[in-house]
Design a protein around this ligand. Structure first.
Ligand SMILES: [Zn+2]
Length: 71
């Protein structure tokens, strides 16, 4: 049992890397599960994940804006 849990344990640094990576690509299942577990256990990383989401929607708007005005 214990080795499996260790396998899914991520540090905040690793979790942050996964949060950023999933903006660009789909994570594989172990990474998704590990990230989910980390976000449940950690106080700081859910805040960071929210910031990334906010940033993404802001970037999306910005991208659309430049696309519209670029042509
Ligand atoms: Zn964390």
């Amino acid at each position: 049992m214990k080795p499996k849990l260790t396998l899914l344990r991520r540090t905040c640094r690793e979790a942050a890397a996964l949060i950023i990576a999933r903006e660009d690509r789909a994570l594989n299942l172990p990474d998704r599960v590990a990230l989910k577990l980390h976000l449940l256990a950690c106080k700081a990383c859910p805040k960071f994940a929210n910031q990334v989401l906010t940033l993404r929607s802001a970037m999306g708007k910005w991208r659309r804006y430049t696309d519209d005005s670029g042509n």
